[in-house]
Each structure stands twice: as C-alpha cells, then as structure tokens.
Design a protein around this ligand. Sequence first.
Ligand SMILES: CSC[C@@H](O)[C@@H](O)C(=O)COP(=O)(O)O
Ligand SMILES: [Zn+2]
Length: 264
Amino acid sequence: MCPTCLPSATSTENNDHLVLSSDPNHPANLIPALCAKFWTLGWVTGTGGGASIRSDDLVYLAPSGVQKELMKPQDIYVLSLAAQSQSLDKRQRVYLRSPANFKPSQCTPLFLAAFTKRNAGCCIHTHSHWAVLVTLILEREGKGEGEEKGKVFEINNIEQIKGFGRGHGKTGNLGYHDTLRIPVIENTAHEEDLTEFLEEAMDKYPDTYAVLVRRHGVYVWGENVHKAKTMCESLDYLFQLAVEMKQLGLPWITDIEPTVPTRK
Ligand SMILES: CSC[C@@H](O)[C@@H](O)C(=O)COP(=O)(O)O
Ligand SMILES: [Zn+2]
C-alpha cells in the first residue's frame, strides 16, 4: 500500500461497485478504453502517460507503472475530492477504492490540479513525440534569449485552432485568426514535483487547457471527456504540423489579414 493512500474501506469490502458497470461511458470503463486508443497513437506507450476522469465528487485514476493500454476497470482507483479537502494533511489522498498490489498514478496531483483549479471533468497526459519535439525546438530557440523565450508555444492562422475553447468560464471557441498559446514548464525528476509549476502556469495562462512539459509530454484537460479528448487530438495535430513547418522553415505565427468574401 502506498504510504500516502488512506483507504476508507478494507480490502475485503473494496467498493468494487464503484468501478463495475455495464455502461461503456462509466469512467472505470472509459479510462482503459481511451488509453487503449491513445497507445495506438504512441501517446501512452511503455507505461508513460495516462488519463483521469472526474464525475462530480469522484475521481477515477489509473495505477502507476502499468501498461496503460491493458488496464481493466478493476485496476482503477477512486478518490473523493470532498473527503480529500476535509483531510487535515492535504498530501494524504483519501481513496474510496484502492486495487491491491498497485500504487496510484504518479500523475495524480497533476490531474487533481486540473479538477480542482479548473473544474475539469477529464485530464489526459501524453508522451507524444510531437509534444516533446515542440518543447525541444522551443528550448533551442530560447537558449541565451530573454526569460520568456522558449516557455510558450504559439501558433495562429491554422484551421485546427478552432478546436479549442476560449478558456475556462468563457463561451465559444478560438477563431482561425486567434493565437493559441500553450505554456511550457521544465521537467522534474519526479512527476509529482511538476504540480507546483503546472499550477503556476495555470495561474499565468488562465485560458489555457494544456501545459507542455519540456522533454516529457503534455497535460490537456477539458470540461468533459469529449472536450479533453478532442482538444488533445487537435493539439497533437498542431504539434506535428508545427514540427514539420519548422523543418520547412515556415513560421508558426503569421500576419494574415482576415479576408471578407465578396459575394456575386
Ligand atoms: C515511462 S515512466 C513515465 C512516468 O514516470 C510518468 O511520466 C508517467 O507519465 C506515468 O506515470 P504513472 O505513475 O505510470 O501513471
Ligand atoms: Zn509522464
């Protein structure tokens, strides 16, 4: 048992009903199904990456260090946000369900940041090559430059930008001519140490739905699973495009005046 886990049920009454459902959209069924799809995209290979879903007060999490594409609903942890907030030691996690012989994902505090600071319903973490390559390009461009250079990915005038919401609490999506900005934080030796930097980036970029982690990957969240998944897909498309644009010597930010169509 992980030292920071505090199960509120014994192993014999391990609240299996919280993860056993015939509904394919139940979070305990969706997390393994999504991770199996993400594995085919190279987002969660070699146990890296993962996904977490919040349904009201309950947070569903994968175990740590497992092949994410082979997980089963019975492997899923369930945590109560309310119980967590009442706990005297905030680092102590209050699990309603802890599968035996596992530890909860090291990404747990980062997923919780998306749920508590942004009221997200789903958070996805990928180790996508494209995300990592974008952070490497930015690292090279930021070398010897000012403080902020290399610490934010910016792109405009690409249709797929319209796949992003304007920001938490705002209505509508970004437009074709808007600039999408994704902050970049530096990687740390231990995943949980990323949390304070992820939270800082969320404060500095209140409209962002994603944070890149240098030489590591990306965290993407959304109000629900559909939004988190489609924004993660749109981002990966843009990261790949951006790497290929860079190879062709094309800039990510361009000055294109909006055109008004003339109708005949
Ligand atoms: C290939 S190990 C990757 C981990 O250190 C981490 O970055 C990660 O994304 C997954 O952590 P996990 O605890 O297995 O959910
Ligand atoms: Zn990771």
